[in-house]
Design a protein. Structure first.
Length: 320
């Protein structure tokens, strides 16, 4: 009887407060563990994104391939609707937008948002990340008309130099009342970590491209110098021989200008030989001095160096 009475007795106030306190602490600890797990999961996805981008960097030095991998991995790691990598042209200062395929594109008017563009400029100029919780959606169409979007923009910083920015919009999960949830500190931390690696990859790709361009220019210069060495001397000899031949022809022609047509034609042909040989020599000298000349279309998709204007100027100067 005493046992059943003991079990059914009401709890003392102190005991009740203790149990309530323990229950609250357990719930708080559980929430902290849940938040910590979510943070670790996002950080793990960020590290996985960096690893996958690194594999592309190792297998291909091409900038388009690197940016395509970056866009795809950022989409997957953060779970966002859209990712854009915006690179700053180091020469002109213009912004170049790159999307899912990594190639540069010009956003359509319906895709542009002055607020989002201003955020990109702010990030590039100030070097600090920017979060926007409510921006009019730049996307056109019935499904997006009148809707707001959320955005996060972080700088691409390589060796303390800003090379561009990464902008993401609209988280696909945790939508509230049909609206995308705002980006938080953890999202920013993950994106900044990925962006730091992407910036280094972009800098490396640009350096590799510049190295390849310089190597090609050096090879071209060496080829032209070699060609000039072995061709110019024989050309000068041909010009000298043609000029002597012309002098001899002129001496044997009659003085009364009643020369046979074949004699006059012979002198004209010698003049053609001299002019064409001098032009070949001028081309070789011009190519020797040229530094990264412009290119022009030769035939179909074939390209050639565009030296026509400078070549004609040199020929005209030689004639005078």
């Amino acid at each position: 009887m005493s046992g059943s009475g003991e079990t059914g007795r009401p709890r003392e106030p102190a005991e009740s407060r203790l149990l309530d306190s323990l229950s609250g602490e357990i719930r708080g600890t559980k929430q902290q563990l849940t938040d910590l797990l979510a943070k670790w999961q996002r950080q793990a996805r960020g590290l996985l994104a960096i690893n996958n981008i690194a594999r592309v960097v190792v297998s291909s030095q091409g900038l388009d391939e690197i940016l395509a991998a970056a866009v795809e991995e950022i989409e997957d790691s953060l779970g966002v609707a859209r990712v854009r990598v915006i690179l700053l042209d180091p020469v002109t200062g213009q912004l170049a937008y790159h999307g899912r395929d990594g190639k540069q594109f010009v956003p359509r008017a319906s895709e542009q948002s002055p607020i989002l563009e201003s955020a990109v400029r702010q990030v590039i100029e100030g070097g600090q990340s920017v979060r926007l919780d409510s921006v009019p959606s730049p996307e056109s169409g019935p499904s997006s008309a009148g809707q707001d979007c959320t955005a996060l923009c972080v700088p691409l910083l390589a060796c303390e130099r800003i090379v561009g920015a990464v902008q993401v919009t609209n988280k696909l999960q945790h939508r509230s009342e049909g609206r995308p949830a705002p980006f938080d500190d953890q999202d920013q931390e993950v994106l900044e970590g990925v962006a730091a690696f992407v910036a280094m990859a972009v800098g490396n790709a640009r350096l590799q491209e510049a190295t390849r361009t310089q190597a090609a220019a050096d090879t071209l210069q060496e080829t032209v110098v070699t060609l000039a060495h072995y061709v110019n001397n024989p050309l000068q000899g041909a010009v000298s021989a043609a000029e002597l031949l012309k002098e001899q022809l002129e001496r044997i022609l009659p003085d009364d200008e009643v020369a046979r047509p074949e004699c006059a034609n012979a002198i004209s042909l010698v003049d053609v030989i001299i002019e064409n040989t001098q032009e070949i020599s001028a081309v070789l000298r011009l190519l020797e001095e040229a530094h990264l000349p412009q290119r022009t279309t030769y035939l179909g998709s074939q390209k050639m160096l565009d030296i026509e204007e400078e070549l004609q100027a040199r020929i005209d100067a030689a004639d005078t």
